[in-house]
Write a protein that binds this ligand. Structure first.
Ligand SMILES: *[C@@H]1O[C@H](CO)[C@@H](O)[C@H](O)[C@H]1NC(C)=O
Ligand SMILES: *[C@@H]1O[C@H](CO)[C@@H](O)[C@H](O)[C@H]1NC(C)=O
Ligand SMILES: *[C@@H]1O[C@H](CO)[C@@H](O)[C@H](O)[C@H]1NC(C)=O
Ligand SMILES: *[C@@H]1O[C@H](CO)[C@@H](O)[C@H](O)[C@H]1NC(C)=O
Ligand SMILES: *[C@@H]1O[C@H](CO)[C@@H](O)[C@H](O)[C@H]1NC(C)=O
Ligand SMILES: *[C@@H]1O[C@H](CO)[C@@H](O)[C@H](O)[C@H]1NC(C)=O
Length: 474
């Protein structure tokens, strides 16, 4: 089923003269993302180890230790295109720290049999890269007798129970709990940490197999305050599939820089990284996320995290076709999502490297970092789930917009649209559908091709899994 880019059957920019000028389609509500709680104005770009940890057969020579991580992240520094595109974060997932206890104050410590975090940070910083680490809520049950640094309070007096991750649940109303977070984050700062991924946050984190308390949102607030007092710039990424009610979304977007919108997307334990079925689910979760949170607020202060990008390796290892790889990259860009690669960086193919670094696409990502896309269905302009879908990001104040048009192929069970139109289809998208008007110069971003001027809409022929990424300039 692999289809080459050259064979793509796209008839673009056929004007739709039949579209009526008067419409009852909903008015476009432009969504923005402005400065996040820790003062970032774009989502992070880099690499995270989890995809390879969860799918070790994809990357047979990898060991999750300092040698293995360095060999991956050095590729970010040594590949000019990746460096120039800003892929600077080297982010360790679960397993870098001691799993059952902390130091004499109950602070999180690295597993020195596999990592020396200060020396890893120094190595990365020397290459112009940044270090990310991974934590989960709570202090260790084994540390309940220990005294929190700078206090005379024991961990056991402010933390109780068992969350299933060898940790107790904090009572966030106790001020010593903030002191514990400050001590942990100050130590991270002294090591040179630049990003904290906080996993297993509730409400959210469904089907987790742990015994999580119903509400650990206080952990997100505590990490944010700890970062603020540490004096070091760090991002806070929270995980996974976080609750989207207004009550909790207000907490997430006031304290974290990015939040996961779905569960993990990798093919745990398989010889490939991801499947198209799961990608359909992840994209539908972004649709649900953006259409929900834009009801609360059109000026957001948090980036969506759609999980790792598995687009860098050949189709046989990525687990999706080249068209699907491009459609994944297009959606992560369109959403203004974290661009954190999960692929084996030592085995990128030319197609994957171009997807990750293409200058036009990176410029589109800079645009969507301010204006994330929202769904506008062909024919109605509504925002429900459809197999043949259109999305618009912007327009910005200059009138420029980014448009994504896609054929997701048959719903494989989790896509939310429930249809199974096989083969190639023409997707007709009018300006009314998109909620815009006027005349635009249309540019195909991936093909780097000018498609001329349009004043009412266009039709695109797309096979299963194919999409286009257009810039519309007035
Ligand atoms: C793994 O390492 C061995 C020895 O360095 C090398 O010959 C082999 O090509 C590597 N395999 C992959 C998939 O990189
Ligand atoms: C990482 O694991 C590999 C394979 O087991 C080993 O050769 C290497 O010495 C390890 N490096 C560190 C720093 O533990
Ligand atoms: C979009 O979705 C939201 C929530 O799913 C709904 O409340 C809203 O009315 C929808 N808007 C449009 C324009 O269809
Ligand atoms: C959007 O339009 C489609 C028809 O094109 C309809 O089936 C669907 O119910 C509509 N969704 C909403 C939320 O109005
Ligand atoms: C798009 O327009 C073409 C030509 O007018 C038409 O044949 C086709 O059925 C339309 N596609 C959809 C999905 O409405
Ligand atoms: C055309 O679009 C502009 C902004 O994009 C908007 O202010 C205006 O109301 C729209 N006009 C019509 C007729 O929809």
């Amino acid at each position: 089923m692999a289809r080459s880019l050259q064979c793509r059957l796209i008839i673009a920019a056929v004007a739709l003269t039949a579209i009526a000028p008067v419409t009852s389609e909903p008015a476009l509500q432009v969504v923005q993302i402005s400065t996040t709680p820790n003062a970032f104005t774009a989502p992070p770009r880099g690499w995270n180890s989890f995809g390879i940890q969860a799918n070790p057969e994809t990357t047979p020579n990898f060991s999750f230790n300092q040698t293995g991580v360095t060999s991956q992240c050095d590729v970010l520094a040594d590949t000019t295109a990746l460096k120039d595109a800003g892929y600077v974060y080297c982010s360790l997932d679960s397993g870098w720290s001691v799993g059952g206890n902390g130091d004499e104050y109950g602070r999180i410590i690295y597993d020195s049999s596999i990592f020396d975090i200060p020396s890893l940070a120094e190595h990365l910083h020397g290459e112009g890269l940044l270090l990310g680490i991974y934590v989960v809520p709570g202090a260790f049950i084994a540390d309940e007798e220990k005294t929190i640094l700078g206090t005379d309070v024991t961990i056991g007096s402010v933390c109780s129970g068992d969350n299933g991750l060898a940790r107790c649940n904090f009572d966030y109303s106790q001020s010593a709990v903030q002191q514990w977070h400050n001590s942990v984050v100050n130590q991270f700062a002294s090591w040179g940490v630049d990003l904290i991924k906080l996993d297993y946050v509730t409400p959210g984190s469904p089907s987790n197999g742990a015994n999580l308390p119903p509400d650990s949102s206080g952990e997100v607030i505590a990490y944010h305050r700890a970062i603020a007092q540490s004096g070091r710039e760090m991002r806070l990424d929270i995980s996974w599939k976080l609750d989207r009610s207004q009550e909790y979304f207000d907490i997430w977007e006031s304290n974290a820089d990015s939040m996961r919108t779905d569960q993990d997307i990798n093919n745990g334990g398989q010889p490939t990284f991801v499947s198209w079925e799961t990608v359909q689910r992840a994209i539908d979760n972004y649709r649900q996320y953006i259409t929900t949170v834009m009801q609360y607020n059109k000026d957001l202060t948090i980036y969506p995290d759609m999980d790792n990008l598995f687009v860098g390796n050949p189709a046989s290892i990525s687990g999706v076709t080249d068209d699907e790889r491009q459609t994944i990259m297009t959606h992560w860009i369109g959403a203004g999502a974290n661009l954190i690669i999960g692929s084996d960086l030592t085995n990128l193919d030319d197609f994957g490297l171009n997807l990750l670094t293409n200058a036009n696409a990176m410029a589109a990502a800079d645009f969507t970092a301010q204006h994330p896309m929202q769904p506008r269905n062909p024919g109605t302009g509504n925002n429900s789930s459809e197999q043949l879908q259109a999305w618009i990001a912007g327009p910005d104040t200059s009138g420029t917009a980014i448009v994504v048009i896609v054929n997701y192929g048959p719903d494989q069970g989790q896509g939310g649209f429930g249809t199974s139109l096989s083969g190639t289809h023409t997707v007709n998208v009018s300006w009314d559908d998109l909620g815009i008007n006027g005349t635009f110069n249309v540019r195909d971003i991936w093909a780097d091709e000018d498609l001329g001027t349009e004043s009412s809409g266009f039709s695109v022929r797309l096979d299963e899994g194919q999409s286009v990424l257009y810039e519309l300039a007035p």
